[in-house]
Design a protein around this ligand. Sequence first.
Ligand code: FES
Ligand SMILES: [Fe+2]
Length: 340
Amino acid sequence: MSKLKTVGHPLSPLPSELPPELRGPDWVQANPHRIERELRSALALPSGGWYVLDASRSIREDPRVYWVEGRELVAWRAGTELRVAPNSCPHMGAALSEGPVRDGRLVCPWHGLELGAEKHGAWCPLTAHDDGVLCWVRIDRPDDPEAPDDPPTPRPIVSARPEAFIDSVMRMEAACEPRDVIANRLDPWHGVYYHPHTFKRLKVIGVENGRLLVRVVYGITDRFGIEVDATFHCPDPRTITMTIVGGEGTGSVVETHATPLRHGRSAIIEATLATSDRPGFHRAIRAAGLIRPFILKSQRKLWVEDAAYAERRYALRSGAVPAAGKALSAPTGQGAAQGH
Ligand code: FES
Ligand SMILES: [Fe+2]
């Protein structure tokens, strides 16, 4: 570790004194009560009813099935316009995703009913939005007692993004709830122990406007790494954003979104928007297609491990494995708290 050299823009000096809760060994700083408290604050935020489905580039004209909150939906494009609707045909329930698209309209594979942007009986397209990186759907639940203070908004609540970026979006599924995905990210202290191949050094160095500030070295090789400062915050109850605030790539963001699919199953959709003030960056943007697979590979490698973390957390909360404390809340719809 002592031979590790860091490259990139210099960082500001470390604060001379840390708040008391950020002193001591990492396992003490990673206080489960603190993480749970921050998680509860995130879960209380409004979402406007929006859920991430997938990367913008993953949804084309051909229909694809997505589950959201126990609903089976179909997403497709009419030209460039994103459409999302229930996947069951209003006639006899055929899976519309198995039919073709003709002139931007779904054609039911059983009896040929054509469905587009307009309502047909009980079948009604949902409000959808493509922000250029991610596709979203809005689920309106006017009578939901669980969301009395979360009225629908015209657009998703998205954290600040860089002006020019190379984006890479990873999607994977895990046996957990969205809160387990967010809780994993609210615990940066695990990084250096759980992902030693990527994080060579990681220290929580403060709290800025309620956001944890982390100084981290991303390993390029065993000897070289890039050192940056990053903050974490939740813009909505199912998203946590890491923003590079110092060092190489300042302004880059990593948005981790979690979408509930069906009971105990979630999708993790992570968008990395990498930017740089280096003179050659605009040339790099033109070569994004070559660079993207490398970003994606490292995202996926980390999330295979973090999905296992989130699944373990969910198993503890649900009582599927015996718990060792009382810091975690039970899964949605279960009474007693299970510990960690
Ligand atoms: S089930 Fe779709 S048209 Fe009959
Ligand atoms: Fe992690």
